[in-house]
Design a protein around this ligand. Structure first.
Ligand code: NAD
Ligand code: TYD
Length: 351
């Protein structure tokens, strides 16, 4: 079996669902269930014996060590993190705690478990760390896309904490021989995305008749990848990645934020027009820019394609259409995640 951390979050949840749709290999899903963790995402696995959910913090060394000893996974895939840049600006402490200290404790639990494995299981074991392109910093408009050799220049508390975790993972391989793999992925979007991030926030605000907040001039560029393509890349790296290597994952889809928002508005105009006949784009509102806002991210995913034969299946156009349709047809999930703590965040961030 495999052990996944953060599997009740956006990407981890999609990963667990996709994994069990394609394989009978069981998954132990370890998640603290912070505001971003949502068991509704995993509702279809409720009575599925292949899915074992444990509420736990990756930083709880004793409990994680116990779980590893009990279930003997052949791999650990670490999705667990605090993941939202704006939250890292208003409260960086949790980011250091989970992304840095938590990853350190997890590495130590895994190292203890792995050290005691028999030779064959030890050689086959993998620790796959899921990271972000934001560790590389911000690009000017004519800079080449990030390759795996780009220097780390993180600019936000979030990206700095992820960069620190990447360095720990690297060091645990170099020093202790732990068989690690690291993936650095661009911005994901798709089903079960918590609506604090741009794409789901815009879809839901548009439908609710609320403002569509654009930070600054909206010309910041992100490289978008449909979440299921990220999941297939992780499966491929787990299966065939070279131990100690890092792999960039991206969709070759660079888009300015404003274009992304206009595309979503157009799709909603076509699928669920406003009752007053006006365009959803009229709800676009320019708001104060994010402090230290990175201008451009772009991923060169060539290594993953050349060495492991992975390519994304979706273009931005096909992926965003699937995403908009998913939100339109999953109002129950939306209703559940947008109550309570979510409302407090929206008020604090946008008032
Ligand atoms: P998310 O915020 O939606 O989910 C994170 C999950 O981790 C939640 O279920 C949360 O409950 C859990 N968690 C948080 N702290 C924990 C702890 N201390 N112990 C156990 N569980 C904990 O994040 P996401 O968007 O799914 O991102 C998953 C991973 O992928 C993160 O490591 C993130 O840095 C990375 N990543 C995200 C993107 C993106 O666009 N979302 C892009 C590249 C990489
Ligand atoms: P986000 O989804 O938070 O991802 P990240 O900051 O990790 O790239 O934001 C994507 C882009 O959209 C980023 O440039 C910030 C911008 N943005 C807005 O313009 N308005 C918003 O309300 C949000 C949440 C993000």
């Amino acid at each position: 079996m495999i052990l996944v951390t953060g599997g009740a979050g956006f990407i981890g949840g999609n990963f667990v669902l996709d994994w069990l749709a394609q394989s009978d290999e069981p998954v132990i899903n370890v998640d603290k269930l912070t505001y971003a963790g949502n068991l509704d995402t995993l509702a279809s696995l409720k009575d599925d014996a292949r899915h074992i959910f444990v509420r736990a913090d990756i930083g709880d060394k004793a409990l994680i060590s116990e779980l590893l000893a009990k279930y003997q996974p052949r791999a650990v895939i670490n999705f667990a993190a605090e993941s939202h840049v704006d939250r890292s600006i208003s409260g960086p402490g949790e980011f250091i705690q989970t992304n840095v200290v938590g990853t350190f404790n997890l590495l130590e639990s895994v190292r203890g478990y792995w050290s005691d494995l028999a030779a064959e299981a030890k050689a086959a074991f993998r620790f796959l760390h899921v990271s972000t392109d934001e560790v590389y910093g911000s690009l000017a408009s004519d800079d080449p896309a990030f390759t795996e050799t780009k220097t780390y220049e993180p600019n936000s508390p979030y990206s700095a904490s992820k960069a620190a975790s990447d360095h720990l993972v690297r060091a645990w391989h170099h020093t202790y021989g732990l068989p690690v793999l690291t993936t650095n992925c661009s911005n994901n979007y798709g089903p079960y995305h918590f609506p604090e991030k741009l794409i789901p926030l815009v879809i839901l605000n548009a439908l609710a008749g609320k403002a569509l907040p654009i930070y600054g001039d909206g010309q910041q560029i992100r490289d978008w990848l449909y979440v299921k393509d990220h999941c297939s890349a992780i499966r491929r790296v787990l299966e065939a990645g070279v131990v100690g290597e890092t792999y960039n994952v991206g969709g070759w889809n660079e888009k300015p934020n404003l274009d992304v928002v206009h595309t979503i508005c157009q799709m909603l105009d076509d699928r669920q027009p406003r009752s007053d006949g006006k365009a959803y784009a009229e709800q676009i509102t320019y708001v104060t820019d994010r402090p230290g806002h990175d201008k451009r991210y772009a991923i060169d995913a060539g290594k993953l394609e050349r060495e492991l034969g992975w390519k994304p299946a979706e273009t931005f156009e096909t992926g965003i259409a699937k995403t908009v349709d998913w939100y339109l047809t999953h109002q129950d999930w939306v209703q559940n995640v947008t109550s309570g703590a979510y409302q407090n965040w929206i008020e604090q961030q946008y008032s």
